[in-house]
Design a protein around this ligand. Structure first.
Ligand code: NAD
Length: 438
């Protein structure tokens, strides 16, 4: 293979470099030819817009907005909309590609995209946020569409922004188009089961990995970093299935109890305490760094990116890491963990529960029909289990990490689909036998 390896990662914080490193490793295993390597590493479209917004004090401020469509090979592109002061085109580009691999690994018919607006949503009023979201939607009117590109919430955005986006898009079309965006309030066509979906997927992939490792969940001890949407739901659902959650943490620090944390009580405490665990009394106070190196069976990072790096990877004692957060492990830490025999279920698989139920929301909107919670749970659990088993089989076949196996599964699917679509593959008996046209 003659394509050039990406430059070494200059610092842990560049998500695009980090993603490209993983892409490159998987591409080598697949012996991907240079043409397709170049197709898959490039984004289809990058849009930058200026959004002049009237602020509540009468002034006008101009915000910069982005939308990157990395791929639409598998279907319309899907990806969140982030409101954050540090958002930039580089970050959005990496996150868009990440979405391509995430959708492909769990086999849902979407490509990958991401959007962002450089702003501080915490310093803006609801009406300023509404004007910003409506202006962004107008600017992206030709980009979005239920068959083209479907946004969703991400950092700094939630059901309100999705409702405004749906309304603004629908006004321009002259008809209600609820399938243009997911993560909407349920009354506007949001799906039941979406709130807990990512934590539920983390629970399902943790149990799937424990089964393969022959660890009985009733004997498993777990530490979870981050007690927001993903961390608290994963904690609650794993506890319900018999696991002992011995440590939890959030921005206020960590809490350890070797008899097991009462997760229900911790959630109630957090809800009554402005969403933070500060002064939570159900465990001994530890630091977030201590939590990462506890002697537990499972570690679930569910807060920030780059928490497990070459600086602390060697001290990790957990046998299994399940990545609830996006990008919690740096590329350098991967090889240290692999040498230690630590198994890591990668983010693109472990936290895909959210995008799976977003896909269900879109399906329900297009059907004009609502599914029950049980149907959502059953179908999303089954998709995650199937994806886990597929990735596990690839990792056994090549004797490689689950992360590289997940990227292989994803890149293989997207590249073969591309080859069929561009006519360079012909169908042979079954899909796996597809061959290049002579
Ligand atoms: P959230 O905002 O609900 O929760 C984040 C949690 O992390 C909070 O408990 C916060 O206190 C804690 N935290 C913040 N800074 C911390 C620090 N320095 N040390 C320890 N804890 C800290 O966010 P979320 O929706 O739970 O998302 C968490 C991660 O999961 C993010 O990486 C996100 O991208 C990823 N993710 C979320 C979803 C989803 O559906 N919510 C889907 C896929 C991936």
């Amino acid at each position: 293979m003659s394509y050039k390896e990406p430059a070494p990662i200059s610092h842990d914080k560049d998500p695009l470099e980090s993603m490209m490193k993983r892409f490159h490793v998987a591409a080598e295993y697949l012996n991907l030819d240079e043409e397709i390597y170049n197709v898959l590493k490039s984004s289809v479209k990058k849009i930058i817009v200026s959004l002049p917004i009237s602020m509540d004090d009468g002034s006008i401020r101009v915000f910069e907005g982005y939308r990157v469509i990395h791929s639409n090979i598998l279907g319309p592109s899907k990806g969140g909309l982030r409101y954050d002061a540090n958002v930039d085109l580089n970050e959005v580009t990496a996150l868009a590609a990440w979405m391509t691999w995430k959708c492909a690994v769990v086999d849902i018919p979407y490509g990958g995209a991401k959007g962002g607006v450089k702003c501080n949503p915490h310093e803006m009023s609801q009406s300023e946020l509404e004007r910003l979201t409506r202006a962004y939607t107008q600017a992206m009117h030709d980009v979005f569409g239920p068959d083209k590109d479907i946004p969703a919430p991400d950092m700094g955005t939630g059901p309100d922004q999705m409702a405004w986006l749906m309304d603004e898009y629908s006004r321009a079309r002259g008809t209600t188009v609820n399938a243009v965006v997911t993560g909407k309030p349920i009354i506007l066509g949001g799906s039941v089961g979406r709130i807990e979906a990512t934590g539920r997927g983390v629970m399902v992939s943790t149990l799937a990995a424990l089964t393969k490792m022959k660890i009985n969940p009733f004997n498993a001890t777990i530490a979870i970093q981050g007690f927001g949407n993903v961390g608290s739901w994963a904690a609650l659902l794993l506890k319900e299935r018999g696991c002992k959650i011995v440590a939890i943490s959030d921005v206020s620090g960590g809490y350890f109890n070797k008899e097991g944390i009462d997760i229900g009580k911790a959630i109630t405490y957090k809800n009554e305490n402005d969403g933070v665990l500060e002064n939570y009394g159900g465990g001994k106070k530890i630091s977030n760094e201590d939590l990462l190196t506890l002697d537990v069976d499972v570690l679930i990072p569910a807060a920030l990116e780059n928490t497990i790096t070459e600086k602390n990877a060697d001290k990790i004692k957990a046998k299994l890491i399940v990545e609830g957060a996006n990008g919690p492990t740096s590329h350098e830490a991967d090889s240290i963990l692999e040498k230690k025999g630590v198994i890591a279920v990668p983010d693109i698989l472990a936290n895909a529960g959210g995008v799976i139920v977003s896909y269900f929301e879109w399906v329900q909107n297009r059907l004009g029909f609502k599914w029950t919670k049980n149907r959502v749970y059953r179908r999303s659990d089954s998709i995650i289990k199937q994806a886990f088993n597929n990735v596990f089989a690839i990792s056994n076949k090549y004797n490689i990490s689950l992360r590289t196996a997940a990227y292989i599964a994803a890149i293989d699917k997207v590249s073969r689909t591309y080859r069929y679509r561009d006519g360079s593959f012909t169908f042979q008996k079954n899909d796996k036998d597809s061959q290049r046209r002579k």
